[in-house]
Design a protein around this ligand. Structure first.
Ligand SMILES: *Cc1c(COP(=O)(O)O)cnc(C)c1O
Length: 410
């Protein structure tokens, strides 16, 4: 029988070296440096002729195994694990852009990504040009000879909107641009990014992949489907590394020199997270669908957004791109901000917290928290209403969640 299932594959990715004790679990290699047998071997390593782990800021065995698992599961060309989702995003943009150049993105972005683009990178001279990413002419009007990439999130949060990825891929291909997806909300068991023309995937593994908010991490995934000669910032790398130019530039320059590596302890937790990812997503999805059905019938719920629902305007995209599982976050509206706060304060099982894809169900009022620093106009533009709540659905027994919500809505 062929092992085509996600979980089966995850559980059976071989170690790069046989464990001397036949351990079934990847051990935690908590070591800063690794020893050489001889001065000659050491010289060969620094010349690139003998490959081995040297110093854990660059690579280490437990982190490497997490990368190998993710590489196998995403059928990709290469993976680099980093310290957080923000490290994955910043390392990627630093590798592909230099001062005076630009990328195109939607302005419906994770808050700190928006801040990275608008504040940090702006000061470095990297420009972000915003578009709703809905119309081809609109996107094309922003492209010039200094444009390096189109950047998007697979499902925007908390709006829960999906862009037409195939359309973006067509535009990127036509103009030799890189297509970068932040696929944090739609993990690799539901979204096969490479199949839809995404070139680089960035993930906050802190969320789903960590196994339920166990640790901070990020991943940069290269799908091996971009010609790096199209980007002048890779000219030093394309001749020697060919299709691996991006991986080489990140590893040997950006990632190594900025020091955002994943720790071995984190990798150990995230390895276990990958093994139970599919199980957890399935449970969260079932809960999400049951909760959506409940919300739809409740008179105090004014509207509900979850693209997994057949009635949602993005359902067709959810089916096409994410096998019908567009993440497991939903948002809904009550009558007023006061009604939202009263509801939140009455909850007993659902927790008031700002994370996503914990095993616990988490609730937040985005308008007064994540978007507190934004002007009314910016909140309007991003469609953040003061009547809106975001629910990140966990793995509890759904009857308990419904009962908790029912009593809090009374
Ligand atoms: C959380 C998140 C990030 C940032 O990840 P960290 O691990 O917190 O640095 C980026 N993008 C999305 C969509 C996220 O949800």
């Amino acid at each position: 029988m062929k092992n085509t299932g996600f979980t089966t594959t995850s559980l059976n990715v071989p170690f790069s070296k046989k464990d001397p004790h036949n351990s079934l679990q990847m051990p935690l290699y908590e070591s800063v440096a690794f020893e050489f047998d001889s001065a000659e071997q050491m010289e060969a390593n620094f010349k690139g002729e003998y490959v081995a782990h040297v110093y854990s800021r660059s690579s280490s065995p437990t982190v490497e195994y997490f990368e190998m698992k993710l590489k196998t599961l995403t059928k990709s060309n290469g993976v680099i694990a980093v310290s957080s989702g923000m490290a994955a995003i910043s390392n990627t943009i630093m590798a592909i852009t230099k001062s005076g150049e630009n990328i195109i993105s939607s302005n419906q972005l994770f808050g700190h990504t928006l801040a990275l683009f608008n504040n940090t990178f702006k000061e470095f001279g990297f420009e972000t040009r915003y578009s709703l990413l809905k119309s081809e002419p609109d996107i094309e009007s922003l492209i010039d000879e200094k444009t390096r990439a189109i950047y998007f999130e697979t499902v925007t949060n908390p709006q829960l909107k999906i862009v037409d990825i195939e359309m973006l891929s067509k535009i990127a291909l036509k103009h030799n641009l890189l297509l970068i997806a932040d696929s944090t909300i739609t993990p690799p068991n539901v979204f096969e990014a490479g199949k839809f023309g995404v070139n680089i995937e960035v993930i906050s593994t802190t969320k789903y992949i960590s196994g339920g908010a166990t640790s901070f991490g990020g991943a940069i995934i290269d799908h091996g489907n971009y010609d790096w000669k199209c980007n002048p910032n890779f000219s030093k790398y394309t001749e020697k590394f060919l299709g691996n130019a991006f991986m080489a530039k990140i590893r040997k320059n950006i990632y190594r020199n900025t020091g955002g590596s994943m720790t071995p302890q984190t990798a150990k937790l995230q390895i276990q997270g990958l093994d139970i990812l599919e199980l957890r997503v399935e449970k969260c999805y079932d809960n999400c669908m049951d909760l959506s059905a409940f919300f739809k019938t409740h008179s105090k719920i004014k509207s509900i957004d979850y693209p997994g629902l057949q009635s949602d305007s993005n359902f067709e995209f959810a089916k096409k791109y994410f096998n019908g599982v567009p993440g497991t976050i939903l948002s809904f509206d009550l009558e007023s901000k006061e009604a939202c706060f009263t509801f939140m304060n009455k909850l007993k099982i659902i927790r008031r917290a700002t994370n996503l894809n914990d095993n616990k169900t988490l609730i937040i009022h985005p308008y007064s928290t994540i978007y507190a620093e934004f002007s009314d106009e910016e909140r309007d533009k991003a469609n953040i209403r003061d009547t809106m709540m975001r629910l990140s659905v966990g793995i509890e027994n759904v009857a308990d969640l419904i009962q908790d919500i029912e009593q809090a809505l009374l």
